[in-house]
Design a protein around this ligand. Structure first.
Ligand code: HEM
Length: 500
């Protein structure tokens, strides 16, 4: 017994000696350093448990730039929105986007693409989600939403209760998936396509099983049982999204055709191609459903916002010589003329979009902030922006930032509000749900159009309300800070029935 205690004590002493001799200390031109109390682990537990709370506390303590130790890594966190441009426009050879993304791709989706050029992939895919390619995506999304909502309508002659999050995520993911990855129908007729309805439901079911485990997978914290569940959901998704099957779809987006060609040119094996498809399913469909959910939830909880949005829609449709009661398609002109809707969506995203913008520091370099301060960053560290804490929740930029104000993004004359100030100075990025700079979300125009079409069609097809109007707003699932639009920690029941 005694020798064992002696060995343990010696090891402990050696570890303490090692930590005190070699532990990192702050150099004068570096951001404040906070290693936490636990050697090596540092702040990993607080960071993983509730990143928003932890980083807000660090901001109180150190200001808008600091370095924290997290599980052996040193992460410099920058929380000054006026200085974000210095990071998001910096060259890939200094602040790299791909390195950390590749680690996560492997941990979460088993995707490993050695010698794969992500910059080339982005350049190839970008054009397919924007500009001249947008109208065909919008048309296809409209068709697929109609198909899926039409199917929901067939069983909603009487009031039907469902979880609002599950309903919204289900419809948005399935329609978004069919639009990008392809569908069995040629979309030229209005008949319900049962093959697409069934297949997309299967995709959604498996996707949700995986989605619930992804945060733990990203942190390497899956239990043996969860690893098994995650593997089986992934295997089923790989089959459902088999790259050969996708090639045989009747209607495909330019995006998927181009992505498949790109993977083939890079000689990626068919198995790895299917894995990459599942990764893309998450990257393209993981945010729009939750964003639509929060928007609907805020509308249902705030009757004035709901009435303003509905009145605006009636007005916009009327001035385009149409009525919301007869909706065959929706033009980009209509989609672009809903200023109140835009404000509600921006406000919902301000409150719920919480991605980390992460870069690997590839060489010792200096970072100049907007107010002239300059800090050295060390090669091998990670740099992280968290726009959720600032600007989005910054009380000096947005008064009562926790509160939903549907007209926060409206000027008094009714136009869209873009200018926000901090200490009398205009803020460059008052809200950053889509990221910014060279890695800004390329799907944002399609995402906004999709959310709008979904909400318009919901108004068109259904009456809907809370099952119990007294139900409280759900809290956030705090484990999802850093990974895009947040999820609720529990669902909230609503009921719907068809209008006609
Ligand atoms: C409300 C919905 C969405 C939100 C809030 C959102 C947010 C974001 C954010 C924050 C990034 C940047 C990540 C970073 O810099 O680290 C991003 C990137 C990206 N998003 Fe989205 N996104 C949404 C929907 C979509 C949709 C529907 C698509 C595709 C159809 C899409 C495609 C992409 C792509 C391809 C990138 C990578 C861009 C690049 O690195 O060049 N997103 N998104």
């Amino acid at each position: 017994m005694l020798p064992a205690i002696a060995i343990l004590l010696t090891c402990l002493l050696c570890a303490l000696l090692y930590v005190s001799l070699f532990r990192r200390t702050r150099r004068p031109d570096e951001p404040p350093l906070d290693r936490g109390f636990i050697p090596w682990l540092g702040h990993a537990l607080e960071f993983g448990k509730d990143a928003a709370k932890f980083l807000s506390q660090m901001k109180e303590k150190h200001g808008d730039i600091f370095t924290v130790q997290v599980a052996g890594r040193f992460i410099t966190v920058l929380l000054d929105p006026n200085s974000y441009d210095a990071v998001v426009w910096e060259s890939q050879s200094r602040l790299d986007f791909g390195k950390y993304a590749k680690v996560l791709m492997e941990r979460m989706f088993d995707v490993n693409l050695p010698n794969y050029d992500m910059t080339a992939e982005k350049a190839v895919l970008k054009i397919h989600l924007q500009n001249t390619n947008l109208p065909s995506l919008t048309k296809s999304m409209f068709y697929n939403l109609n198909n899926i909502l039409g199917d929901k309508m067939s069983s909603a002659a009487e009031w039907k209760a469902e979880g609002l999050f599950d309903f919204t995520y289900n419809v948005m993911l399935r329609a978004g998936y069919l639009t990008l990855f392809g569908s069995e129908s040629d979309q030229s007729n209005s008949h319900r396509n049962t093959a697409d309805i069934q297949h997309s439901e299967e995709v959604y079911k498996e996707f949700r099983k995986l989605d619930c485990l992804l945060m733990k997978a990203a942190r390497n914290m899956l239990s043996a049982e969860q690893k098994k569940d995650s593997s089986s959901a992934k295997s089923r998704l790989w089959k459902l999204l088999d790259s050969e099957k996708l090639k045989r779809k009747a209607t495909k987006s330019g995006w998927i055709e181009s992505y498949q060609r790109h993977l083939e040119d890079a000689q990626v094996t068919p198995d790895m191609q299917s894995k990459a498809m599942v990764l893309q399913l998450w990257a393209t469909q993981g945010n729009a459903g939750p964003a639509a959910f929060w928007m609907l939830l805020f509308l249902l909880k705030h009757p004035k916002a709901m009435t303003s949005v509905q009145e605006e829609l009636e007005k916009v449709f009327k001035s385009n010589g149409r009525t919301i009661k007869r909706m065959e398609d929706v033009s980009q002109e209509i989609l672009d003329s809903t200023i109140v809707f835009d404000s509600v969506l921006n406000e919902s995203l301000r409150l719920t979009a919480a991605p980390f913008i992460t870069r690997e520091v590839l060489l010792d370099m200096s970072l100049k902030l907007a107010d002239g301060r300059e800090y050295r960053l060390r090669n091998g560290d990670r740099l992280c922006l968290f726009p959720y804490v600032s600007p989005q929740m910054d009380p000096e930029i947005h008064q009562q930032p926790q509160k939903f104000q549907y007209d926060r993004f409206l000027n008094v004359d009714g136009s869209g509000k873009k200018d926000f100030y901090k200490n009398g100075k205009k803020v460059k990025h008052p809200s950053m749900p889509w990221g910014a700079g060279s890695n800004v979300c390329t799907g944002r125009f399609h995402a906004v159009n999709s959310i709008k079409l979904f909400v318009f069609l919901l108004f068109f097809y259904f009456e809907f309300e809370f099952n119990n109007p007294k139900d409280n707003m759900p809290q956030f699932d705090r484990s999802r800070y850093g990974f895009g639009v947040l999820h609720p920690d529990s669902d909230i029941v609503f009921r719907y029935r068809k209008r006609f």
